[in-house]
Design a protein around this ligand. Structure first.
Ligand code: PEP
Length: 247
């Protein structure tokens, strides 16, 4: 069984130190709602500061380089992120896959680097609108995941999968709960086939794409939905915790 509902905020390229008050407010609210696991992925520049300010919530990163160190100007390694206080790394977000041309192989290497540095991984996947319209969403997403997921013996503890249809991210368009559950059931089957019944069943599968306080209850109640990856609505404590309270 996949444990507590997991609600993760992805601040993307948003936030200066002025946002630390939101992180503190999220942390205080999370301490009152322990049946939900809450985490934040602020930009690199705030990871250490958020880590120092909070007690309850998990702090993670939005990406990492696959290497340990070296001449990679502007990149950040998983080891550095762990040193800054990150406990997980989001890899394979569509804004990296599409916007930065990241291949499945690179995403898998990044996931492996995060695991090797002792962190957990949130692996994103999702189809674009033409792929869904062509009736190929399930085939695409399961193929993308198969090629991006690393081998691991402890997937249940350390892996989370986030299904985020590209056409739903930041657009206000959600997938229907039936479509979400259909995809999550296929992802579950794949996880069990890759990692075995016990580990594959324990991996949490999050939905992401325009999750807001007013639609969160229905989405989070859908079959095989174990939480949410939240972009825009994670930027204020009120809206983010409105989603967490719906879980
Ligand atoms: C995301 O990019 O991970 C995301 C889900 O964004 P939003 O909630 O803004 O659609």
């Amino acid at each position: 069984m996949a444990g507590r509902p997991y609600i993760v905020g992805n601040w993307k390229m948003n936030g200066t130190r002025a946002m630390l008050s939101e992180a503190r407010a999220i942390d205080r609210a999370a301490q009152r709602h322990m049946k939900v696991e809450v985490a934040l992925a602020p930009p690199y520049t705030l990871i250490h500061a958020v880590h120092r300010e909070v007690e309850q919530i998990g702090v993670g990163a939005q990406d990492c380089h696959p290497g340990i160190d070296g001449a990679f100007t502007g990149d950040i390694s998983a080891t550095m992120l762990a040193d800054a206080g990150a406990k997980f790394v989001i890899v394979g977000h569509s804004e990296r896959r599409v916007g930065h041309g990241e291949s499945n192989d690179l995403v898998r290497e990044k996931a492996q680097a995060a695991l090797d540095a002792g962190m957990r991984v949130i692996m994103c996947c999702g189809e674009d609108a033409p792929t869904r319209d062509a009736g190929k969403a399930i085939q695409f997403v399961t193929g993308q995941l198969k090629a991006s997921l690393p081998e691991m013996a402890d997937a249940g503890e350390r892996l989370t999968v986030a299904y985020e249809p590209i056409w739903a991210i930041g657009t206000g368009n959600n997938a229907t709960t039936d479509d979400i559950s259909e995809m999550h059931r296929e992802i579950r089957k794949l996880l069990v086939s890759l990692y075995g019944e016990e580990q594959g069943s324990a991996v949490r599968i999050l939905y992401g794409g325009s999750v807001k306080p007013d639609n969160a209850k229905a989405i989070l109640a859908a079959d095989e939905v174990n939480g949410a990856l939240v972009g825009g609505a994670s930027l204020t404590a009120d809206s983010f915790m409105g989603i967490a309270l719906a879980a």
